[in-house]
Design a protein around this ligand. Structure first.
Ligand code: NAD
Ligand code: GLY
Length: 373
């Protein structure tokens, strides 16, 4: 299952946001590389935020590399899982910061997947009205997507990522070696966000993913390095043009309108975020075909690739009595909705995405078709 972790040279992707620009470091064994953690804001305390699964695997490595830089290296370990992306978990971070008399220079380090990263970023945005933070993503999903771009949030029972802030990290350090301990299901979930970048921006990358799916799933380091790098380049380019999602950035949500309904409707954590995105992309592709943007061959191509990544393509029934109504009511809560109109990211099958509404009738047809196959 695991590759022999072949070392690759450090690669860097820059995200250009004026005085909030930063670099995304990609390589192997970066958790032990002092240079990746030098030049950050000076502080007397580093607070590592992690969770109960990741701490035993990587906390000591990170502590060792931070100790020469920060006089005090503390940590707080949160309960693991999407179901814990809550106010209560967020409060645990503030409790740790305040009970240890941390000041406004304290640097937070998010060590974990997207859940830890999103919560740490939100805590950093709010603690003493803003302290610096660094993303150290340890899942594929977090390395290719959530650690980059400054979206931070917690969930509300009525909607995913509903409470949060735009707040950029000082740096992102992606150590590919951490992916060797990732459960296979989580690796597949990350591949959903990798696949996403093809239809919205780069069909040559989609060709590459198709050709390299076996290497990616067997954790070939070179293949993973390319996937992380190209994904980060595309995301950095989009975020550099539209940091606060006034328009273009919404394309990064391809598949996510359906996905967020699946996650909220099933209960957070029942489906992994990446699983919901995989299925949601197939649903969005079907909707793209129904409104005349994409053709059926593209829908089949994407469905096959999502399946090859080990992801679900059959949508769950959220309500046995009126399933479409349940999906539609959950999707109306999506942040892209405008005056009650659901807005979908649709694609043409040639690398271009648009954000637009669609008739409820067509959406209901897609939901029915997707719950069957
Ligand atoms: P996750 O953070 O729940 O991590 C997945 C699982 O893997 C967890 O059990 C975690 O403890 C474990 N894990 C993490 N690293 C590991 C490692 N190296 N070895 C073994 N186990 C490890 O899930 P995720 O898929 O990383 O992130 C999903 C979250 O990211 C969702 O909440 C989603 O909303 C968010 N997200 C945010 C953005 C953004 O732009 N901010 C983008 C996409 C997704
Ligand atoms: N993952 C979507 C975004 O960062 O905008």
């Amino acid at each position: 299952m695991q590759s022999t972790a072949e070392d690759i040279a450090l690669q860097q992707v820059s995200i250009a946001l004026g005085d909030r620009s930063y670099s995304i470091d990609i390589g192997t064994e970066l958790l032990g590389t002092t240079a990746c953690f030098s030049g950050l804001p000076k502080a007397s305390t580093a607070m590592v935020v992690t969770n109960q699964t990741v701490a035993p695997l990587y906390l000591e490595q990170l502590r060792a590399v931070l100790s020469p830089v920060y006089p005090r290296v503390l940590h707080v370990s949160l309960p693991d899982g999407e179901a814990f992306k809550t106010w209560e978990s967020l409060s645990l971070i503030f409790d740790a910061l305040l009970s240890n008399e941390c000041d406004r220079k304290t640097v937070l380090f998010a060590l974990g997947g997207g859940v830890v990263g999103d919560m740490t970023g939100f805590a950093a945005a709010a603690f003493m009205r803003g302290v610096p933070f660094v993303q150290v993503p340890t899942t594929l999903l977090a390395q290719v997507d959530s650690s980059v771009g400054g979206k931070t949030a917690i969930n509300h029972p009525l909607g995913k990522n509903m409470i949060g802030a735009f707040y950029q990290p000082q740096r992102v350090v992606c150590d590919l070696a951490t992916l060797n301990t990732l459960p296979e299901r989580e690796l597949s979930a990350g591949l959903a966000e990798v696949i996403k970048y093809g239809p919205i921006a780069d069909m040559a990358f989609l060709d590459w993913i198709e050709a390299n799916m076996t290497a990616l799933r067997s954790r070939d380091t070179k293949a993973l390095a390319h996937a992380v790098r190209r994904s980060c380049e595309i995301k950095a380019d989009v975020v550099g043009q539209d940091e606060r999602e006034s328009g273009l950035r919404a394309i990064l949500n391809f598949g996510h309108t359906f996905a967020h309904a699946i996650e909220a409707g099933m209960g957070y954590g029942a489906w992994l975020h990446g699983e919901a995105v995989g299925c949601g992309m197939v649903m969005a592709a079907r909707l793209s075909a129904r409104v005349g943007l994409a053709d059926e061959a593209f829908v089949q191509r994407l469905r096959n690739l999502v399946l090859a990544a080990g992801l679900p393509v059959t949508a769950p029934v959220l309500d046995g009595k009126d399933n479409a109504a349940r999906y539609l009511s959950l999707m109306r809560l999506d942040k892209k909705s405008d005056a009650g109109e659901i807005r979908f990211v649709l694609v043409d099958g040639h690398g271009t995405a648009v954000v637009q509404g669609a008739p409820d009738r067509l959406v209901a047809e897609v939901i029915a078709e997707s719950c069957r196959a």
